[in-house]
Each structure stands twice: as C-alpha cells, then as structure tokens.
Design a binder for this molecule. Structure first.
Ligand code: GUN
Length: 297
C-alpha cells in the first residue's frame, strides 16, 4: 500500500482563507483581531516560530504586537508584559513562546494570562474546560491534528488511536480531546510514553498512530499495522552537511518506510506544523468575535 500524503500545508491554507474572510467581516464590524506575542531570549527555533506567527497574522489582516525580551529578563519584567497585554483592548489573544529560558516560571506566566485571552489553551481554566467538554480555547497543535483528520475524511469515531508522547502541549490534551463525545472525538485512546513497556505491541493495534515523542524514528514500519493512519508531530533537527544551513528537519516517524505500509501519513515539514499556526489564528479570531458578542449583549 502506498499512503496518501496528508497535506497539512494545503489544509492550513484553506483554513487561513476562511479565517481571512472572518477577519475582514469582524474588521467591518469594528474589531480587528489582535495577537500579543512575547519572546524571551534568542533561541533560533523559537525566533523562527514567532516570526512565522506574526507573518501569518499580517497575511490574514490581523493586528499583532510583539515584545522581545533578552535572555536575562527578570520574572517581573516578563509578568509585566503579560499584564500589559491583558489590559490592552487591541489584543484579543496572547502568545508567550515556550520554552522560556527560565522554565521554573512558565506555569506562573501561563496563569497570569487572563483565560479569555489564552489562545494557546494552556491556562488551567481552559485545560479544565476542555477536559469537561465545555467551550474553551483548544491547544493549537492537537486541535490542528483533529482538523487534518476531519478534513481528510478520516473518522475518529470508534477508532483506536495510540498516542506516543505525554507532553502538556500535545499528547495529553490530544488524548482528552479524542475521547470527548463529539464529531472530532469518540475515539478509544491509548496513551504511551517513555515508561511504556512493549510500545510496538500497542502501536501495531492502532487505527491511527500519533507520534509526538520528539525523537526521530520513534515509529518504524514494523510498529504499525497495514493501512494505519500515521500523524507525525515531531520536528527534529538532524545534521546534514549537504544543506546550506547544516541540518534538515525530520519527524518522529520513519517516513520513507511507513508510507509504503500506512493508508495515510503526514510529512515533515508540511504536515502538522502549518496547522499549529493556523489554529492560533483561529483561536484569536474566536476571541475577537467574543468581545463583539459581549459588547452587543
Ligand atoms: N512552543 C512549542 N509549541 C508551542 C505552542 O503551541 N505555543 C507556545 N506558546 N509555545 C510553543
């Protein structure tokens, strides 16, 4: 079997056109959706993510305001930027790029964002609401994965989904979202992690395997069943002297072998990655629309 390549870039583009139309409509009604972005330090990957997020805002007709702080910024300076964004009426969503150089303050920073501007869906209020199936901002990467599946006609209802990786950003929220009783959920989920015994015995049973472990070749062809759907969340830099920049990006799955056995697979790059930014725009537009609804009531 040769897998269908799930083109996250094309799906993201289609959604960004829809978002752009919504932004234009909100702008006509007097609200330009705005994103506040905070980047601390100069990690190259974080810098390029933040630049991509701002460019995407601009292309969609949205407003964005960026603050960059040096790596030695204090806790109080970081919290102050968040407080200013909280109060700013032009900002509907706040993004603090993670990881922060000082990881011990991440949770406090997240909890300082007012929940109605938490477009990353990381605040405990939004995490709790998501778990209960209440309206909430859903974390962007897992939400993007659900849209890839939905728009590719891959049903989750009744499917056995095996997730590898238990991060707060991807694996754990995704497991919860997939078990909700709605049109993107209703799956049976097995959650695997670094302490899982006999990982391959579990992944081989999956209708859908989601690799979010942050390690190349976590999923190889012998670990999946014929015709499984494979979603690759990994973004790993591996040295490659043949490239000008000295590295190339690979995911968590052995793509070349898996595409001969799976029924569908996401590539890296061009799979899950573009959807993450799209869902951030989606949540920010949603946040702006809510302020309009509130002012009307
Ligand atoms: N770092 C890696 N992924 C994310 C994300 O989805 N949001 C934020 N804020 N930082 C990240």
């Amino acid at each position: 079997m040769t897998a269908k390549i799930l083109d996250g870039k094309a799906i993201a583009q289609e959604m960004r056109e829809e978002i752009k139309a919504r932004v234009a409509e909100l702008t006509r009604q007097g609200v330009i959706p705005g994103l506040g972005v905070l980047l601390v330090g100069d990690d190259p990957a974080s810098r390029s993510y933040v630049t991509a997020k701002e460019k995407a805002c601009d292309k969609a007709g949205m407003y964005s305001s960026e603050v960059r702080l040096p790596v030695e910024a204090t806790r109080e300076q970081i919290l102050n930027v968040v407080r200013v964004f909280n109060e700013d009426e032009k900002i509907h969503g706040i993004l603090v790029q993670l990881p922060l150089p000082e990881s011990s303050i991440e949770q406090e920073v997240i909890e300082t964002i007012v929940p109605h501007k938490d477009v990353d869906g990381f605040h405990p209020v939004n995490v709790g609401r998501m778990l209960l199936g209440l309206p909430a901002y859903l974390p962007c990467t897992p939400h993007g994965i659900l849209h890839i599946l939905k728009r590719s006609g891959i049903p989750t209802e009744g499917a056995h989904v095996v997730i590898v990786g238990r991060s707060n950003i991807v694996g754990r929220p995704l497991a919860n979202m997939l078990t909700l009783k709605n049109d993107m959920g209703n799956a049976t989920v097995t959650m695997c992690h670094t302490r899982t015994r006999n990982l391959a015995d579990l992944t081989v049973q999956a209708d859908i395997v989601i690799a979010a472990a942050g390690r190349p070749d976590t999923i190889t062809a012998n670990m999946i069943k014929e015709g499984a759907v494979v979603i690759d969340v990994g973004v790993n830099r591996v040295e490659d002297a043949s490239r000008e920049r000295g590295y190339r990006l690979v995911g968590d799955v052995d793509f070349d072998a898996i595409k001969e056995k799976a029924s569908a697979v996401t590539p890296v790059p061009g799979g899950v990655g573009p959807m993450t930014i799209t869902m951030l725009l989606y949540n920010t537009v949603e946040a702006a629309a809510r302020t309009l609804k509130q002012s009307a009531s």
